[in-house]
Each structure stands twice: as C-alpha cells, then as structure tokens.
Design a protein around this ligand. Structure first.
Ligand SMILES: [Zn+2]
Length: 285
C-alpha cells in the first residue's frame, strides 16, 4: 500500500532534454540539545569527517556526508524489511535484494556483517566492461546501488549540498578542553577548537530522483549487452508488467522516503550527543 497516488504527491518533475527528474524538497533540522561539528578535513587521529563544512561564512551539509548516512539507512532498511520488500516487488530470489557493502572503508560493524552472508552480499556491485563482455554480479545490481550508484554504473539518485535557512546565528565557536580521565583536570596541551552548528538550525536541500537518466527509465530493469539480454536490476524483473508510475512510486516510497524518515544522525562523535537531526520531506516552511 502506498501513501501516494501520483508522483506529483511526492515532488515536482522537471524535464531537460531526455533527462527527466523528480525533485523532492528536504529540510534537515539540528535537534534541540544537539549540534553538528564544523570541520575541514578529517583529523589524522580520528579520521572522522565532520558533517558540516563552510561555504563562505555559511555552514553547509556537504552532499557526501548526507549521502553516506542516507545510504547506510537504506541498507539497514532493506535488511530489516526484506520480506516486506520481497512481496512488494514480487522478488523470487531474496539474494537480489541483499545490499552490498560500499567499497570505501567498511567500519568494524560492517566488517562483522561481511561474514554474515545472510545479510550482505559477499562482493560489491560492479559493472566491468572487458573487450566484448560485460560482467556484473549474478544477482544483479543491489537496490542500494540502483539508487546510489556502484563502480561502473550510475545510480538514479542525486543529492546536492544542503544550505542553511535559519536566520541569525547558526554557528558557535567553541573551545573544548580535553579532560584527563585519571586526574579530572585539563590535559596538558589538549585544547581543541571546534566550531559547531547550533541546535534548531535548519538546512534545506533536495533529492533529485532521475525518472529518466537519458538512457534508462527509473523503475524499468536496465538491460545491456548484446541484444539487451543482460538484466542489471534483477530485483525489478517481475514488476515490468505493472504500471510504470506505480512502480516508481513504490520504489520512492519504500526504498527512499521510508528510510529517509529514519535518518536521525549525521557525522561521528555520537557519545557526546552530536549529530542528532530531524528530517522533514516536502517544501521548506
Ligand atoms: Zn550494491
């Protein structure tokens, strides 16, 4: 069951040549009693990327930081709701729905998943073209890479940077003093500067869902190779006979908007209460 009847209930469509896209407005609000770290490059010691960077004198949420957190949510949602999604898209082999692990630095938690074959695929999705053959996994490209892209193939989702819409002060310059846990006093030389985005700050951005990327239509399994015999998106095999608009709405609702609403953290340093956000889908207030 979908909440939406038409794509117009979700966003606004835009056509540029052969490319057609659906723009969905998003507001990210920094939760009360939380904050977002502002940073440039990750520090060599922690390798943690700050969820915010500065454009001129304005803090912004970089697309890469939002995309990374969102991708993790879609993976988790797909794993948690596999049976339900299997029914919705009438998928026969559940393996087609299993997400792969993104190639970039798996965390310790992801590494432990790697050994659990029932949860994640063993290999990352990749499309390789050698001479006359096109190679990709037997189970096809996973639904997460269908949206976010994989090595050798683009996804259908584009996310630009998020910019602040809150008027007035949104940034706080803070000096943090590292406390030695043994002595309870300030550690020698442990003064760390860290600017933060204040609670209540709102950022506005959007999801661009490519309904047609110039080559392929969103919701139709992509076919490539000689005589278009090779199907990349096997998880969409059985929905081809259904109304395309309905399939598109099903994908957007179940694999994009529902996980998006569960996204409540950006960036690291969870123990300090940082990074709590609330996502609202729709036009900004
Ligand atoms: Zn994948």
């Amino acid at each position: 069951m979908n909440k939406f009847e038409t794509l117009a209930d979700i966003g606004t469509t835009e056509q540029i040549g052969r490319i057609k896209r659906l723009n969905v407005g998003i507001v990210v609000k920094v939760e009360d009693a939380s904050f977002l770290h502002i940073g440039g490059s990750p520090t060599p010691l922690t390798d943690k990327k700050a969820p915010i960077f500065m454009i001129g004198d304005q803090p912004a949420i970089p697309a890469s930081s939002f995309k990374g957190a969102f991708r993790n949510k879609v993976e988790a949602y797909l794993i948690e709701h596999q049976d339900e999604i299997k029914t919705i898209f009438r998928v026969e082999d559940a393996k087609c729905l299993m997400p792969c692990i993104p190639a970039s630095k798996p965390t310790a938690a992801e590494k432990s998943f790697l050994t659990n074959k029932a949860v994640y695929r063993e290999k990352n999705c990749e499309v390789k073209v050698d001479e006359n053959t096109i190679k990709f996994p037997n189970s096809g490209i996973c639904p997460v890479c269908y949206l976010f892209g994989a090595n050798g193939i683009m996804g259908f989702l584009r996310i630009p940077n998020f910019l602040p819409i809150t008027k007035g002060l949104s940034k706080l310059e803070q000096t943090q003093i590292g406390i030695d846990r043994k002595t309870g006093t300030a550690r020698h030389g442990a003064i760390v500067r860290g600017d933060q985005v204040l609670p209540g700050t709102k950022f506005v951005g959007k999801l661009e869902i490519l309904l047609n990327d110039g080559n392929f239509e969103f919701g139709v399994p992509r076919k490539i190779g000689e005589n278009n015999k090779q199907v990349l998106d096997t998880w969409l095999n059985n929905t081809e006979i259904e109304d395309l608009n309905e399939i598109q709405i099903k994908i957007i609702d179940n694999l994009i908007l529902r996980p998006l609403k569960e996204l409540d953290r950006l960036g690291g340093q969870k123990s300090k209460g940082a990074g709590k956000v609330k996502i609202t889908v729709g036009a900004p207030p």
